[in-house]
Design a protein. Structure first.
Length: 286
């Protein structure tokens, strides 16, 4: 585990942050189950850092049994948050919990219509955009497809990402941030996914408002930390394909991810994975 914290130098836009951080650290220390490459976990880490709420991070055992993680996250997915006797899973529910318990500074805009707007941004990124980036990782890192099949699926994903970027450009409009006049819920819900696709060579078009927004947001300490942690976690990633092939690492194919494969031409990947038992679906509760 490592403590994720900061002081005035990390988030200079908030006055007296160091004092507030020290006070809050005496009250509680949250535990966040995560993986640095998970965009869902990144959303939560950005929110906690922006609010100066101290937390520890730990990566659960993703290759075997982890009873404590299974207790707090019945679907065995990251992120999951432990706050004393309270445990919360699902990134959106965690964000809502954090916003309720630590309302300052607010991540949601004040007006109900604007709150609904940024929540819809989050929903589309979580359930549509994420699946595309996830599929790219399945192909490039986990080698679910090679040769012409990989090229075909990569091209299909690129077309879809271009469509997402056009939609995000329209949603951003003339705003400086997706949240409105300042950084917030809408921005932390979008940037992990934009960064993810950029890592595969599908960045927002140069000169677009979306590209300019992404450049500004990446300068925030909370976002930069997530990016640095993600890059650091990729050491040894050249071996993960072998772990998947051997069945040691079983990847989850559910909901929007399974849908992407089935409608984008990856049916054989799903069927082969089921045959080799290196894909799984949602955990059955017992």
């Amino acid at each position: 585990m490592r403590r994720t914290g900061g002081g005035v130098s990390t988030l200079p836009e908030f006055d007296s942050l160091e004092i507030e951080w020290q006070w809050r650290s005496e009250v509680t220390m949250l535990k966040l189950y995560e993986h640095p490459l998970s965009p869902y976990a990144q959303k939560v880490k950005i929110a906690l850092t922006e609010k100066a709420v101290p937390f520890e991070t730990t990566i659960p055992n993703l290759l075997g049994e982890d009873a404590e993680f299974a207790r707090v996250s019945p679907r065995r997915e990251v992120p999951a948050l432990v706050d004393g006797e309270t445990s919360v899973f699902d990134s959106t529910i965690i964000l809502e919990y954090v916003e309720d318990k630590w309302p300052a500074p607010p991540m949601l805009p004040p007006a109900p219509a604007e709150r609904a707007r940024v929540r819809m941004l989050e929903e589309l990124c979580d359930t549509y955009y994420e699946a595309i980036n996830w599929a790219l990782a399945e192909i490039r890192f986990f080698r679910r497809a090679t040769g012409e099949d990989a090229e075909r699926l990569f091209a299909r994903a690129g077309e879809q990402i271009a469509g997402v970027h056009r939609w995000l450009e329209r949603e951003l409009g003339e705003r400086s941030h997706f949240n409105g006049a300042s950084f917030g819920w809408g921005d932390l819900s979008v940037i992990p996914f934009v960064n993810g696709s950029a890592g595969f060579g599908f960045a927002p078009p140069e000169g677009s408002r979306l590209a300019a927004w992404a450049d500004r947001v990446r300068e925030r300490a909370s976002v930069a930390r997530c990016m640095e942690a993600g890059l650091a976690s990729m050491t040894g990633f050249d071996q993960v394909g072998q772990l998947v092939e051997s069945g040691v690492f079983v990847r989850e194919y559910r909901d929007h991810r399974l849908e992407w494969m089935m409608r984008s031409g990856g049916q054989d990947i799903v069927l082969k994975g089921m045959g080799k038992k290196n894909v799984r679906f949602a955990v059955e509760l017992r």
